[in-house]
Design a protein around this ligand. Structure first.
Ligand SMILES: [Zn+2]
Length: 601
């Protein structure tokens, strides 16, 4: 409780003094500086006359954790148009209240900057929701019963498609075609694992794609086989791509509908900006279309996918697509590379061999290829976004980034390494040194069946210590961001924040056996990762990520003060209102005020 008092008491006093000091200096001058450097063309603050100060919305009586440079607190905030024009005390906010100002008394509710999810798959995840959704099934029996329901409900479609099954629900993470044949015999079926790195297919799908005992494993992929060499029904990585030419393509309307579902979910979780982790022209077109209709309500960095098979010849196409994406909130300025696969599938690329499994995983790119691709993309000034899970994949990527910097010169490049599960400890300080953003998926950092059954046994205890070293990374001074990787796992940032703090199942309210407790971090660190760190990762920290005068009004109201509750309750907190650029995209003020009044305290 002492920490809570310090943060809600001590720092608040400091912040109020700062705000008052600035006010005496001349707030309009400060505002001009902000607006000038942001080049927004915003009007309003043109004179000191009291009437001209009026804001559109003033939030009062709130507990506002601003995530500014000194992590100050405030109790009031004023918004004009899409911008915050004031953050400070209730008494000072009074001068922003004019005849047309909507004044919201938040009754002590907790306010944060909106969240930034820096690795997520909204379009494919949203489309998956409209197909057969197997996410969060508790056991294989639930997977089968959901599949039976889907087969009946989606009986008119030429393929049964969907995904979200968890590898640990099947022995060795291998799902069997025969079990699927029992449910779907009349047409091909393809169901992606929750992590997206494996696909479970039935016999019809295998036959259609011509995959049998004679088919050799493609480079970078594996066909799981029985003793006789016959495909069992699980295809990993590049082997999963073998069925791609036979899959029906999603129409633009289906992609748009999927994106809508995903955006709705993102807003409910307080997300205002995101990095789409794997975009092609159709995906980017869906974002553009939704934004042109004024319905996106998020700022998006789309990471265009580049595979080793594409090579340098594909880069001009990426440059052209970047230029073509022109909706106001959509930038296709990043390129995503998969350095490796996943540990649980035995495809993450490791420095030393797996324990009890042949080989060291699959490096999708040779170290040379990866270095060349990174250097070429860096020359085109793309933000490099790499899926890197194993310690070799992380090292190869860092080596590639270092070489690119040497060849092309240092620039404000902000490369993003996502997932970053298993480290050689010597590579951790290199993030800070090379200006690499550490983009963890903190929700994965607890002793769940993936770790218990499919990760630690294949790494051994010594290496396992260096899974998700979030605290060690933070201590180096590297910029932390975070992402959900939805639909791989829940999109809820609060659940991920809780796990980073507890290293325990986010469903537990009290945790007595944290996993690798040395790597637990504090709430302030995680809130920064999801706000200002995420904004930095999206090149928008001057516009968003903290609540300060001059920035965009991207904020959320929560039902409880996260600093005042035990960490095990963070995932149970709810977002009540999400505001994106001054516009409410989730919840509404009136319901919130009723709720505050109804509770009576
Ligand atoms: Zn991903």
């Amino acid at each position: 409780m002492a920490d809570t008092e310090l943060l809600s008491g001590g720092k608040y006093v400091e912040s109020a003094a700062k705000v008052r000091g600035r006010a005496r200096l001349n707030p309009l001058f400060v505002l001009f500086l902000y607006l000038g450097c942001l080049a927004t063309g915003s009007t309003g603050a043109s004179a000191a006359a009291p009437g001209r100060d009026a804001a559109d919305v003033v939030l009062r009586n709130a507990k506002i954790y601003t995530v500014d440079a000194v992590r100050s607190w405030a109790d009031s905030l004023a918004i004009r148009g899409d911008r915050i024009v004031f953050v400070g005390s209730n008494s000072e906010a009074a001068r922003f209240i004019g005849g047309n100002t909507k004044v919201i008394d938040l009754g002590g509710r907790f306010v944060l900057p909106g969240f930034h999810d820096r690795h997520v798959h909204p379009v494919t995840g949203g489309v998956e929701l409209s197909q057969c959704d197997l996410n969060s099934s508790q056991d294989s029996a639930e997977v089968f019963s959901r599949l039976r329901a889907c087969a009946a409900r989606l009986g008119d479609r030429p393929w049964l498609l969907g995904g979200g099954w968890d590898l640990p629900l099947f022995p060795g993470g291998v799902a069997d075609r025969r079990e699927l044949d029992v449910i779907v015999a009349d047409r091909p079926a393809a169901l992606y694992s929750a992590d997206g790195h494996s696909v479970w297919v039935n016999s019809k799908a295998l036959a259609l794609a011509g995959i049998d005992s004679a088919t050799t494993d493609p480079v970078g992929g594996r066909i799981e086989r029985d003793r006789d060499g016959a495909p069992i029904g699980t295809l990993r990585e590049a082997a999963a791509d073998l069925i791609d030419p036979f899959l029906p393509e999603s129409s633009p309307a289906e992609l748009l509908a999927g994106l809508r579902l995903a955006v709705e979910r993102a807003h409910a979780f307080g997300i205002v900006a995101l990095t789409e982790a794997s975009a092609g022209p159709e995906t980017i077109a869906a974002y553009d279309a939704l934004d042109h209709r004024g319905e996106l309500g998020l700022r998006v960095v789309a990471s265009q996918h580049l595979g080793p098979e594409d090579g340098a010849a594909a880069i001009p196409g990426l440059v052209a697509l970047r230029a073509a994406a022109h909706a106001p909130h959509v930038r296709a300025t990043a390129v995503k590379l998969f350095a490796d696969g996943v540990i649980e599938g035995g495809t993450a690329s490791l420095l030393e061999p797996y324990v009890g499994r042949p080989g060291s995983g699959i490096a999708n790119w040779s170290a040379d290829q990866l270095r060349e691709a990174i250097a070429a993309l860096d020359r085109e000034r793309f933000q490099i976004h790499v899926h890197a899970i194993g310690d070799r994949a992380i090292r190869d990527t860092l080596d590639g980034l270092a070489a690119a910097r040497k060849a092309n010169g240092a620039r404000d490049a902000r490369p993003l390494l996502a997932h970053i599960q298993l480290f050689h400890p010597g590579d951790i300080p290199r993030f800070r040194e090379l200006g690499v953003v550490a983009d963890f998926q903190p929700l994965w950092a607890w002793f769940d069946p993936y770790i218990r059954d499919l990760t630690e046994p294949f790494l051994g205890p010594e290496r396992s210590r260096w899974l998700y070293p979030i605290r060690t990374m933070a201590a180096t001074g590297a910029i932390l961001a975070a992402g959900s990787d939805w639909s791989v796992s829940s999109m809820n940032p609060l659940a991920a924040i809780e796990v980073a703090i507890t290293r325990c199942d986010p469903g537990l309210t009290s945790c007595d056996r944290p996993w690798i407790p040395e790597e637990r971090v504090d709430l302030a660190t995680m809130l920064a990762a999801y706000t200002i760190g995420g904004a930095y990762a999206g090149f928008e920290e001057k516009e968003s990520g903290s609540l300060e005068a001059g920035k965009l009004a991207d904020l959320i109201v929560l039902d409880r003060d996260l600093f005042a509750i035990p960490p095990g309750e963070i995932s149970a907190a709810r977002v009540l209102v999400t505001m994106f650029e001054g516009r409410i995209v989730f919840g509404d003020w009136s319901a919130l005020q009723k709720e505050a009044a109804g509770e009576g305290k």
